[in-house]
Design a protein around this ligand. Structure first.
Ligand code: UD1
Ligand code: CA
Length: 457
């Protein structure tokens, strides 16, 4: 049986450079808090327990993450990374191993961590390090005879010689829990920052002859931390690029992989094409051969096969049937379901509307709280008046009805099968099936009427 794993995520720090009221680790990356990315990677390792050390920003962090399976450990005041881990010691399973992560290093991959957990389960210490062209600010890895790791020296405590070392401490490490707890108890704060450094544990371990095995991430971005909004934006782009690469590998055409934003999950069928500047939020599914035009925003949408979504559409909480054509400039709001081959054109807003097979709403309309049958044609400028100021009412338009342009349907109201409404009708009573219904003032011509003319000066 594997030794139990306790994961500790450090997230008590201040994040001064974000200049924000929001705790740093709650700043979103790809639409969810940075720390949620870390929790996802941590969760994939199947830990017995995840402890999050929080402090700065108070209860905002546990409240907004709101997960019953986490152990929240308050660090108050914040006296350094070693002190932070000490606060979680009572929650360690001393028979197992402990992995330490940072809440502000969001793109760490679980594959990298898995390797470290294996090392710790064999009794050694896994230390994640990386060689940087510019190591400024980081703790440096000091190696001795035979390349053995001897200790970590913080930038502010380093000699000129040590500052030249390019291998740095990422902060992520994994080791047997009991040993960690023992060394933590011996930490002092006699250093340049007057803090309890977690990194001093490495020096103690080396002195006791422990095996310290440096591990390395597959890519630098895995271990990049976020201290500023600029760094957050950089990692956001990196993450989006990774998502874009994965989509292309899976067979999706992206006109410009640098101009794609997925803030949730995006599942695509075969031969999907996505044009530039599209944003996908929540859970989006695109069927085979679907085309999404430029500048669309799709949130929680299920799109069938062979759908064409033209540029500048905003679609939220909807199901789109196969072969439908939408946009440009359509707004589709929650509760809407378009059946196969429905057409929704420019400047059309749909809300909680069920639109049947091959029905067309092509121009400048509002259709809300409505049931629209098959092969219905809704003319330009049609409005369902669904709201009386207090209650919402439904409009029903049955199969093959034809709604003339500039019509208002004052709900609750039903248009019968095959009925025709004349242009300009304000429908307040049901329109019978198969008949022409219209409400229209009689057309009138006043013979000899003269338009007023301006007096000449
Ligand atoms: C730390 C490491 C350094 C490493 C660098 C990588 C130490 C002493 N130094 O330095 O070797 O190169 O990370 O980024 O460990 N935190 C707390 N409580 C505290 C202090 C920090 O929870 O009292 C958390 C922070 O929220 C953050 C993480 O620990 O997530 C690292 O803290 P930070 O102040 O950024 O550490 P550095 O001084 O940069
Ligand atoms: Ca840092």
């Amino acid at each position: 049986m594997n030794a139990p794993l306790t994961t500790i995520i450090l997230a008590a720090g201040k994040g001064t450079r974000m200049k924000s009221d929001l705790p740093k680790v709650l700043h979103p990356l790809a639409g969810k808090p940075m720390i949620s990315h870390v929790l996802d990677s941590a969760g994939q390792l199947g830990p017995e327990r995840i402890c999050v050390v929080y402090g700065h920003g108070g209860e905002a962090l546990p409240q907004s993450i709101n997960r019953g399976d986490l152990v929240w450990v308050l660090q108050e005041p914040q006296l350094g990374t070693g002190h932070a881990v000490q606060q979680a010691v009572p929650h360690l399973d001393m028979t197992g191993v402990c992995l330490i992560l940072y809440g502000d290093v969001p793109l760490i991959r679980s594959e990298t961590l898995q390797e470290m957990v294996l090392i710790a389960r064999e009794g050694a210490i896994a230390l994640l390090t990386v060689k940087l062209a510019d190591p400024a600010g980081y703790g440096r890895i000091v190696r001795g005879a035979g390349g053995r790791v001897e200790r970590i020296v913080e930038h502010k405590d380093a000699s000129a010689e040590e500052l030249a070392i390019q291998e740095v401490n990422t902060g992520i490490l994994c080791m047997p829990a009991a040993k960690l707890a023992g060394w933590l108890a011996q930490l002092g704060n006699d250093n340049a920052q007057g803090e309890y450094y977690l990194t001093d544990v490495i020096g103690m371990a080396a002195e006791e002859g422990e095996r310290i095995l440096p591990c390395h991430p597959a890519s630098e971005w895995e271990v990049m931390g976020v201290n500023s909004r600029a760094q957050l934006a950089e990692l956001e782009r990196r993450h989006q690029r990774n998502t874009a690469d994965a989509l292309m590998t899976a067979g999706v055409t992206l006109i410009d992989p640098a101009r794609l934003d997925v803030r949730g999950s995006l599942d695509c069928g075969r031969d999907v094409l996505i044009d530039a500047n599209c944003v996908f939020e929540g859970r989006v599914v695109l069927g085979d051969k679907t085309v999404v035009g430029a500048n669309c925003v799709l949130k929680d949408v299920e799109v069938g096969t062979g759908v064409t979504i033209k540029p500048f559409c905003h679609i939220d909480g909807a199901r789109i049937g196969a072969g439908a054509i939408i946009g440009p400039y359509a707004r589709i709001r929650p509760g809407t379901e378009l059946a196969e081959e429905a057409h929704v054109g420019n400047f059309v807003e749909l809300k909680n509307a069920q639109v049947g097979f091959n029905s067309k709403i092509n121009h400048l309309s509002y259709v809300g709280d409505a049931t629209v049958g098959r092969k219905v044609n809704i003319g330009a400028g049609t409005i369902t008046c669904n709201y009386d100021g207090a209650n919402k009412h439904r409009t029903v338009i049955e199969d093959e009805a034809f709604i003339g342009s500039d019509t208002q349907l004052v709900a609750p109201v039903t248009v019968g099968k095959g009925a025709t409404l004349g242009a300009g009708t304000t429908l307040t009573k049901d329109a019978p099936a198969g008949e022409l219904t219209l409400s229209r003032a009689k057309q009138l011509t006043i013979p000899g009427w003269k338009r007023p003319v301006k007096k000449s000066k």
